[in-house]
Write a protein of this length. Structure first.
Length: 130
Protein backbone atom coordinates (compact mmCIF):
# COMPACT_ATOMS: atom_id res chain seq x y z
CA UNK A 1 0.00 0.00 0.00
CA UNK A 2 1.41 3.38 -1.00
CA UNK A 3 2.00 6.05 1.62
CA UNK A 4 -0.86 8.57 1.67
CA UNK A 5 -0.33 12.08 3.06
CA UNK A 6 -2.48 13.06 6.03
CA UNK A 7 -3.96 15.99 4.12
CA UNK A 8 -4.75 15.45 0.47
CA UNK A 9 -4.99 18.08 -2.25
CA UNK A 10 -8.77 18.22 -1.89
CA UNK A 11 -8.53 19.01 1.84
CA UNK A 12 -5.74 21.53 1.24
CA UNK A 13 -7.73 23.41 -1.40
CA UNK A 14 -11.30 23.09 -0.11
CA UNK A 15 -11.16 23.01 3.69
CA UNK A 16 -7.79 24.55 4.53
CA UNK A 17 -8.14 27.06 1.65
CA UNK A 18 -4.44 26.84 0.88
CA UNK A 19 -3.06 29.00 -1.87
CA UNK A 20 0.69 29.01 -1.25
CA UNK A 21 1.81 25.84 -3.03
CA UNK A 22 1.32 25.48 -6.80
CA UNK A 23 -0.73 22.47 -7.90
CA UNK A 24 2.31 20.79 -9.51
CA UNK A 25 4.20 20.78 -6.18
CA UNK A 26 1.29 20.21 -3.80
CA UNK A 27 1.27 16.41 -3.63
CA UNK A 28 5.00 16.24 -2.93
CA UNK A 29 4.80 19.00 -0.31
CA UNK A 30 1.92 17.34 1.57
CA UNK A 31 3.70 14.00 1.52
CA UNK A 32 6.89 15.54 2.89
CA UNK A 33 4.95 17.37 5.62
CA UNK A 34 3.22 14.09 6.52
CA UNK A 35 6.58 12.32 6.82
CA UNK A 36 7.78 15.12 9.08
CA UNK A 37 4.65 14.78 11.21
CA UNK A 38 5.48 11.08 11.49
CA UNK A 39 8.91 12.04 12.87
CA UNK A 40 7.35 14.53 15.30
CA UNK A 41 4.82 11.96 16.55
CA UNK A 42 7.28 9.06 16.73
CA UNK A 43 5.39 7.19 13.98
CA UNK A 44 2.37 6.71 16.22
CA UNK A 45 -0.03 7.69 13.43
CA UNK A 46 1.50 5.18 11.02
CA UNK A 47 1.47 2.55 13.77
CA UNK A 48 -2.22 3.00 14.56
CA UNK A 49 -3.56 4.29 11.29
CA UNK A 50 -5.04 7.77 11.08
CA UNK A 51 -8.60 6.46 10.97
CA UNK A 52 -8.19 4.81 14.36
CA UNK A 53 -7.55 8.22 15.92
CA UNK A 54 -10.32 10.46 17.21
CA UNK A 55 -11.97 12.93 14.85
CA UNK A 56 -10.36 15.75 16.85
CA UNK A 57 -6.89 14.22 16.36
CA UNK A 58 -7.51 13.66 12.65
CA UNK A 59 -8.62 17.28 12.16
CA UNK A 60 -5.56 18.64 13.97
CA UNK A 61 -3.22 16.40 11.98
CA UNK A 62 -4.71 17.42 8.63
CA UNK A 63 -4.54 21.11 9.52
CA UNK A 64 -0.97 20.82 10.80
CA UNK A 65 0.03 18.90 7.68
CA UNK A 66 -1.29 21.71 5.46
CA UNK A 67 0.30 24.44 7.59
CA UNK A 68 3.64 22.62 7.72
CA UNK A 69 3.59 22.09 3.94
CA UNK A 70 3.04 25.84 3.44
CA UNK A 71 5.80 26.71 5.91
CA UNK A 72 8.28 24.29 4.35
CA UNK A 73 7.45 25.44 0.82
CA UNK A 74 7.81 29.13 1.66
CA UNK A 75 11.07 28.61 3.58
CA UNK A 76 12.66 25.78 1.58
CA UNK A 77 15.85 27.74 0.86
CA UNK A 78 16.49 28.34 4.56
CA UNK A 79 15.42 24.92 5.80
CA UNK A 80 17.45 22.99 3.25
CA UNK A 81 20.69 24.86 3.81
CA UNK A 82 23.46 22.93 5.50
CA UNK A 83 24.60 26.02 7.37
CA UNK A 84 23.26 26.88 10.80
CA UNK A 85 23.97 30.57 10.29
CA UNK A 86 25.86 32.90 8.00
CA UNK A 87 26.52 36.58 7.48
CA UNK A 88 27.12 38.75 4.45
CA UNK A 89 28.13 42.42 4.61
CA UNK A 90 26.99 42.80 8.20
CA UNK A 91 23.63 41.06 7.69
CA UNK A 92 23.28 37.66 9.31
CA UNK A 93 20.76 34.83 9.13
CA UNK A 94 20.40 32.03 11.62
CA UNK A 95 18.26 28.89 11.61
CA UNK A 96 17.98 28.17 15.31
CA UNK A 97 15.19 27.62 17.75
CA UNK A 98 13.55 30.79 18.92
CA UNK A 99 10.21 31.97 20.16
CA UNK A 100 8.60 31.16 16.81
CA UNK A 101 10.68 28.24 15.49
CA UNK A 102 11.20 24.79 16.93
CA UNK A 103 13.61 22.14 15.72
CA UNK A 104 12.33 18.78 16.93
CA UNK A 105 13.54 15.36 15.79
CA UNK A 106 15.41 17.03 12.93
CA UNK A 107 12.30 18.87 11.67
CA UNK A 108 12.15 22.68 11.54
CA UNK A 109 8.60 23.71 12.35
CA UNK A 110 6.86 26.88 13.44
CA UNK A 111 6.31 26.74 17.18
CA UNK A 112 2.56 27.34 16.91
CA UNK A 113 2.14 24.45 14.45
CA UNK A 114 4.13 22.15 16.73
CA UNK A 115 2.12 23.13 19.79
CA UNK A 116 -1.11 22.54 17.88
CA UNK A 117 0.16 19.08 16.84
CA UNK A 118 0.98 18.38 20.51
CA UNK A 119 -2.74 18.75 21.29
CA UNK A 120 -3.21 15.32 19.71
CA UNK A 121 -1.22 13.75 22.55
CA UNK A 122 1.08 12.00 20.07
CA UNK A 123 4.25 14.10 20.39
CA UNK A 124 5.57 13.06 23.80
CA UNK A 125 8.61 10.81 23.58
CA UNK A 126 7.91 9.34 27.01
CA UNK A 127 4.72 7.64 25.83
CA UNK A 128 6.56 4.89 24.03
CA UNK A 129 5.71 3.70 20.55
CA UNK A 130 2.74 1.40 20.10
Amino acid sequence: MAYEPYADTSYYNSEYHGAVIPADDLGKALKQASRHIDALTYNRIVGRGIFRLTEFQQDIIKECCSELADFEYENADYIETVLKNYGINGVSLSLEEGWNLKIQNGVAIKADIYHKLCQTGLCRSSLGVR
